[in-house]
Design a protein around this ligand. Structure first.
Ligand code: ATP
Length: 934
């Protein structure tokens, strides 16, 4: 059967089938691990050296669907609308409406229905915005895969893979579909995600027995597993739910909605407040009934009060604030992969960062080569090699040529001398560029000395080697950290006599001097070998040192000082030489002038060290020659000292540390897929300074949610309090049920939303991080809300008493005055939400244009409520005249005045802002934080 007829049959079969996933799975090769490569290739009708054509890919995409495990269908608008009716507020309003009908109050019932509609519309609008923002965010976080299609290698979205696609893999990739391995070099895969087996499995193209268990199928690469070494190619044999991973995820079609602890916390808070409110409302109703108020009025008041105090908008507005903040972060190149990271960002106290590429440009250039014959400088502008300041002919020096040859051969990068550009590891590109300056081109040299084996670089051992054929002999070219290469060497290329410890120490001294200059130093060695497949074990001939310049990024010093001001210490943990690390750390302001570098070895046994030693260690700023495993120890050390650690990492081996850190940060361009998978946040532009933006946005989001919550809850509290006090004091009701609904479901909401989406104070980064155990609303902030509620209630009562007994108003007009007072006071209250220390006129609230729009809208609505006859009748508005209005306006500014005095001097803490009570300074740093010296 030809592939075409097979496809034709398959499509026909699909027409009669119910679920496409089932039918598609039937079309896939049955035992790819047991078939030889040629069999699988034939079955999938693909030539591995060319790959599928775009047309064929499109055809197969229609047949097999997208390569997804869980499909997150967009929430439909209808579903969003229906959701709005499932809230306790709606139930309460419906109850209020029923009571109004029961007592024949048609107008009131209709008004409640209108309020209900408005409330639903606002809820729907907010939730829709939040949900759509979240969906937009999700599309930013897609995974990629490198494939060969139409004979070219290209990067495609992993969910666009189809059976038959040829996938190219290298260390650090996450396997995106089930693949039949068709070739590989030392391709090893961590399958623990699938099989639970943590020992890496080597993959080859050889078929396995048909009965082989999953973990014995060395010819297969499974979706979700990690390539941790080598490179290779595989052909997609199953995608999406047809993969082994898809099968064990029990065909979960709909992905779980993830929520952050912050949202969960707010949802819990809302639920608790509902019960509290119900209790309070019942007490007020009972008191009203006991003081002889009409039964229907008190029932409605109780319901209205309950509605008033339920902070039903809290969780959804938190989601909105999170989503919009995260979109803003993504626009600034910080992509949050995990919702809770936003919260943790606000309390991060230490950023643990690597050096190369994060703090430095990763644009390297060989500056010097030191061999037994002397030191050589490379000048790319004049294209000359200099010795003792004099241009020389590099090819005339055999030792220099040998050193450059090792550098040119031992690597995987490419360099084009004509365009002066290259691809691959920047350090290896720099070596090729230096070689080209001396007339040694990799292509030519590889023709002379073909590569027969490679021992890839491993950050744990810190060296790599390649084996080459030289006529009928072989030799290895080795490069790595100087101390490692020197330890493996027992002679030099030319110097006769023993290469003893003294000679090695002299070389180490040279390396040290180069490193102290901020240069990255590599040792080079060569080694004739009889069997190129035998790993290099020692006996190398040391050839020399090469020193590369990798300048720090221009914006790092500013970023480090911003983080420092924000109470976030920056710690460098690099695999590089201690002196190089220290020189760069000093240059960018991470290390204080007298600081020293601590090596990874000094971290061993630290877990059993006395507490004092551990805390002293946790105050250091530069850790060098740190292996990925030791990064994990470092994170534990800092966490043990109560720090909240963000860790930046990009390598395959960094994944455990990224997971262990409170926030794992991966690099979008340079980072491996494995690191990205383990990270909570991705810096899309690979810039360290993006961390500053992220930390700022994280704090702003948290502050906004706090501001919103505090504003809304203090308004609600004021309403409950004013009604309760009036009922107990036997005064006329200061707010009627419909008026409460009007305030809460119409006028409060807009300023609150505006607060939730603000851009934050200019100085959010000038204060210490939030304490992690600090809840969203701290005890002090609860007191502050109570204080604000009390003052607003008191001013409304003052207006009520003055209207009744001073101006002699009737009940309706009196209630209108207090209604107007409280409505306006709540609007002005939004200005109390500025940060302490910010300007009275210029602050995050006044700068937020949405706040002004919201205020204008709400003032308009209140004026409409007073003047538009239908509304005025429904809200039972009485005529208050100019003096009533003046009284209300006058009383409404009292709480604002009190709030501003509190802000200037008083004990009230503003969202997220903790002043030092002793000094009044807002800018306090934690002495435990590295580089956090006051
Ligand atoms: P960072 O951890 O800040 O990214 P790094 O790149 O120096 O710094 P590693 O990649 O762990 O850290 O490298 C450790 C050391 O190994 C380097 O200082 C260098 O001496 C050596 N080295 C790095 N890359 C290679 C390579 N491709 N080949 C040979 N040796 C290398």
């Amino acid at each position: 059967m030809t592939f075409d007829s097979w496809l034709h049959d398959a499509r026909r079969a699909r027409l009669h089938a119910v679920g496409s996933a089932v039918v598609s799975a039937e079309l896939l090769p049955h035992h790819p691990h047991a078939s030889p490569v040629a069999g699988v290739v034939g079955e999938l009708a693909v030539d591995p050296s060319v790959g599928l054509s775009e047309v064929e890919v499109e055809r197969r995409q229609k047949l097999f669907g997208r390569n997804l495990l869980a499909t997150r269908r967009p929430v439909s608008d209808i579903k969003l609308l229906v959701r709005q009716f499932a809230s306790p507020v709606v139930a309460l309003l419906a109850a209020a409406m029923a009571v109004s009908f029961l007592f024949g109050e048609w107008q009131q019932a209709t008004a409640i229905a209108v309020v209900l509609l408005i409330n639903t519309a606002i809820g729907y609008g907010t939730e829709r915005r939040a949900v759509r923002s979240m969906e937009a965010l999700r599309t930013l976080g897609g995974r990629n895969a490198r494939v060969r299609r139409d004979g070219r290698s290209e990067v495609v979205s992993a969910d666009a893979l189809v059976p038959g696609d040829v996938v190219l893999l290298e260390a650090g990739d996450v396997v995106s579909a089930d693949l039949r391995c068709v070739g590989g070099a030392a391709l090893s895969v961590d399958e623990s995600a699938l099989t639970g087996e943590s020992v890496p499995v080597e993959k080859t193209a050889e078929p396995n027995p048909q009965a082989a268990a999953l973990h014995e199928r060395a010819a297969m690469l499974f979706k979700g597993t990690h390539v941790i070494g080598g490179s290779g190619e595989g052909i997609v044999v199953a995608t999406g739910l047809s993969t082994e991973l898809g099968r064990i995820t029990e065909l979960v079609e709909e992905a779980q909605e993830d929520s952050s602890p912050l949202e969960d916390h707010l949802a819990r808070l809302s639920r608790q407040l509902i019960w509290l409110t119900m209790g309070l409302a019942s007490v007020v109703a009972a008191a009203g009934l006991l003081t002889g108020r009409p039964v229907p009025l008190m029932i409605e008041t109780a319901i209205a009060l309950a509605v008033a105090a339920i902070p039903e908008g809290l969780p959804i507005v938190a989601t909105l604030a999170l989503a919009r903040g995260m979109l803003r972060m993504a626009r600034h190149n910080a992509l949050v992969e995990n919702l809770s990271a936003v919260e943790t960002l606000g309390s991060t106290t230490v950023v643990l960062t690597d050096k190369t590429g994060t703090l430095t440009e990763n644009r390297m250039a060989v500056e010097r080569v030191v061999t037994a014959t002397g030191a050589f400088w490379f000048d790319y502008q004049t294209r000359t090699v200099l010795a003792a300041g004099v241009p020389i002919d590099p090819s005339a020096d055999a030792e220099l040529t040998r050193a450059l040859l090792v550098g040119v051969l031992c690597g995987n990068a490419d360099y084009d001398a004509e365009t002066d550009s290259g691809s691959g590891d920047p350090m290896e590109v720099a070596l090729l560029r230096a070689g080209a300056l001396a007339g040694l081109y990799r292509g030519e040299q590889l023709t002379l000395f073909p590569e027969v084996a490679e021992y890839p670089f491993d950050p744990a051992t810190k060296w790599m080697a390649t084996a080459h054929r030289d006529h009928d002999q072989y030799f290895a070219a080795v490069k790595g950290a100087p101390e490692v290469v020197l330890a493996l060497a027992d002679r030099t290329g030319i110097a006769p006599g023993p290469f003893d410890d003294r000679a090695k120490a002299a070389w180490l001294d040279v390396a040290e001097q180069l490193a102290a200059d901020g240069l990255r130093v590599l040792g080079l060695a060569a080694h004739p070998c009889a069997d190129p497949q035998q790993p290099v074990g020692g006996g190398l001939a040391f050839v020399g040192l090469v020193a590369l310049r990798d300048p720090p990024r221009a914006d790092i010093a500013d970023a480090v000082s911003s983080l420092c001001r924000a109470g976030i210490g920056v710690v460098m943990a690099t695999g590089d030489h201690p002196s190089t690390a220290l020189a760069i750390a000093r240059e960018v302001g991470i290390a204080a002038p007298g600081a020293t570098a601590t090596t990874g070895d000094e971290l061993s046994g630290l877990e059993d060290a006395p507490e004092a030693v551990r805390s002293e260690m946790a105050r250091r700023q530069v850790f060098a020659r740190v292996s990925p495993r030791q990064k994990l120890d470092l994170i534990e050390l800092f966490q043990g000292e109560g720090q909240i650690v963000a860790m930046i990492g990009d390598g395959v081996n960094d994944a455990p540390a990224l997971t262990k850190a409170d926030i794992g940060v991966a690099m979008g361009k340079r980072g491996t897929e494995v690191a990205r998978d383990a990270a909570d946040m991705v810096l899309l532009d690979d810039r360290f300074s993006t961390i500053v933006t992220a930390a700022r946005e994280g704090r702003v989001i948290f502050d906004n949610i706090r501001r919103f919550a505090i504003y809304l809850l203090s308004c609600n509290f004021a309403e409950v309090l004013v009604v309760a006090l009036a009922v107990f004091a036997g005064l006329p009701l200061p707010l009627l049920p419909l008026q409460i609904l009007f305030l809460n479901l119409v006028t409060d909401i807009f300023p609150a939303f505006a607060l939730a989406t603000g851009e934050g104070e200019g100085d959010v980064l000038d204060r210490p991080p939030r304490r992690p155990q600090e809840s969203i609303i701290s005890a002090g902030q609860w007191r502050m809300m109570a204080g604000y509620g009390l003052v607003i209630a008191a001013s409304a009562l003052l207006a009520l008493v003055a209207a009744r007994y001073w101006l002699g108003f009737d009940t309706a007009a009196t209630t209108t005055v207090s209604f107007l007072t409280i409505a306006l006071a709540q609007l002005w209250h939004v200005f109390d939400m500025r940060g302490r220390g910010s300007g009275v006129l210029r602050n995050a609230v006044t700068r937020n244009r949405l706040v002004w729009y919201a205020l204008a809208l709400c003032v308009g609505l209140i004026v409409a409520a007073l003047t538009v006859p239908v509304l005025a009748t429904a809200l039972q508005i009485g005529a208050i005249g100019v003096e009533g209005a003046a009284l209300a306006v006058g009383c409404s500014v009292l709480p604002l005045a009190v709030g501003q005095v509190w802000l200037a001097a008083g004990p009230v803490a503003i969202p997220g802002d903790r002043a030092d009570p002793r000094t009044g300074r807002r800018h306090r740093r934690d002495s435990q934080v590295p580089n956090g010296v006051d």
